[in-house]
Write a protein that binds this ligand. Sequence first.
Ligand code: PEP
Length: 252
Amino acid sequence: MPDRTPILAANWKMNKTIEETERFLAEFLPKVPDEGGPEVVICPPYPSLKTAVELCLQSRVRIAAQNMHQEEDGAYTGEVSAPMLIELGITGVILGHSERRQYFGETDDALARKVPVALDARLEPILCVGENEAQRDSDETEGVLTRQIEADLASVDDGRLGEIVIAYEPIWAIGTGRTATPEQAQEAIALIRGLIRSRSAEAADAIRILYGGSVKPGNAAELLSQTDVDGALVGGASLDPGDFSAIVAAAA
Ligand code: PEP
């Protein structure tokens, strides 16, 4: 049985000022065990990244960004590059979140460049994939996930696939309060692992694949107990230190 340390990642989206970040961490960090248990990653908005890195230095909590541009520098107004994140002490980056795909025109072509750029910069990519409600209702989930995984990971060497984190996030479950059933999460994540296995058996055993979509303290344990579910990407419930620490505890 492959031994994969679970990851609990908090996607704060466009929430929390620097002051609110400080308050959250003052309450949350004492609840995170010093050793053992899952890896914990918090993804604040850009302005809070430096503060969050500094406040988490003495803890096991790592800080990741919510997006990054594929170029190192240049005329890309409003964008941030991998070297800029590394300079702040960031260890990972969410890529391809459905909100970025939906509202900001993030494409699979851009993601095919971003994922290897993040890996080369030593940023752990958390690549998000998932189908929308109409696609699920018309049985297109498998096709959508296959297309996204094939396109987004097209330029990653097979030998490096195990270093990536994938988050399966059905769009119909994000921020809606409607959670995938544990069986739906397991089935989709097993499918994704199978796609990775077709390129590298070693990577398929090593890669962490998370579930995301209305994870709460009350449903986390059951979702996380599924064989192929290696953790969760948590939006709304990660904004509250009590709720997020309860979700972390559910993975222990
Ligand atoms: C997300 O946006 O990544 C997410 C999973 O949000 P929520 O937990 O609020 O559904």
